[in-house]
Design a binder for this molecule. Sequence first.
Ligand SMILES: [Zn+2]
Length: 475
Amino acid sequence: MNPTKRKQSGAIGTVIIFCIAVVCAGALWIYFDEDVARKLKQEAEIQSMAVIGDVATKRLASASGEGTHGAAVDLIKRPIEVREVAENIHYATGVGNTIMITTSEGVVLFDTGLVIQSANQLQILKDTVSDADVRYIILSHSHADHIGGTRFWMDEGTDIIAHQNFEEEQRYLSELQPYQYDRNRTLFPWMPAWEDRPDIALMRYGGIVPTITVDDWETYAFTLGGIEFQVIGAPGAEGADNAVLWLPQQKVLISGDFFGPQFPQFPNIFTMRGEKVRKPVEYIKSLDRLIALNPDVILPSHLDPTIGAEKIRKGMQRIRDAVQYVHDETIAGMNAGKTVNQLMKEIKLPPNLELVQNHGRVDWAVKSIWEYYMGWFRFESTTELYPIPAQDVYADLAQIAGNENLIALANNYLIQGEPVKTLHITEIALAGDPQNSSALALRDQALVELLERAENGLRNDYEIYWLKSQLDTAL
Ligand SMILES: [Zn+2]
């Protein structure tokens, strides 16, 4: 090659390199521009959500009244703070915790809290723990108190890991939202009415699409910055789409709602709030998987960690055996020809399996296991087959029986310590005469009696919420 040619090709090379550089800079600029725009929009959204969230949280907390341990009303009053579990594991408190695991290659999140609290949780975690890129967001299940901040945390290329059933659960919860909102508001009257709820696009439930999924009892494992992560599909507890995160090097189990807000406690196998069935045998199988991990720490998405391998192992084993016991006793009773109501009355946990029942209840579990296996027709009365409930004849019955007789009977039941029977009779009396003051007074007395028993007995939150809601409408 002569020098001129070399010079020429050198010049062409320079031009090509220059052109490539310009194209790259242009592309970089376009890319940069979009990224900046996305980030600015996201930051503006987070700022506005922090303000809206503060107002909404304060309003809910001030209207929430008395609670019991672990109840929703307690959770809304929790201040948003950062707590450390280990050097690389922190969580922001709230109704639902947002958990952050830091690594040298970015952060991993587990659950993103309730939408009205998520912006504040994000800000405090970014300010005090890490503002590195979010590489993975793991969602324990599709309930609104666990996924609210997902969109605010998303960086370019963030993967969302959830159970394979996550999208289906999110679909049905979205479709039934108005109906479920009403039910929840009956139990939690401090929630704003459906028409008064802050209906802002940013706060709407749903629309999250996982990029990585795990199936039942499957593990999705990855390593980031030298930390091993195992996401395990653990169905049964709060629904068909439960997933937990296991950190094998530190023996920490990040459990979402798998155990409920307290540990240990009898699980809410099938919540009375109303949801799709939860499968008891799946739950037992999931528990077997988790017991085998032998965790030193359980970090849940509500309230605080439980520490100590022995305590955790004993607690998990007791929950497992209690659910198995209630399941097996229900099956045995069904095969022995007992009715669901008989079994609800008879089946009790033996002393060695005793657990608190303020979240889930044994008798409601019996009913839900019965219905899980047998569906809606109990084979007890022909009338079950037709849409004409007993209540349809109450008004006529009341007229024949006469108010005085009904009131006397309702009162007798109350004196005999049978407030539920009192309610049956006052329902009949009130169907005939809705304003009857004696019947109304007896109904209230029966509700007060049941409330006192609940508060001095199992202290089940949902039973207490329900009875209070009925007293509120009664008064
Ligand atoms: Zn929850």
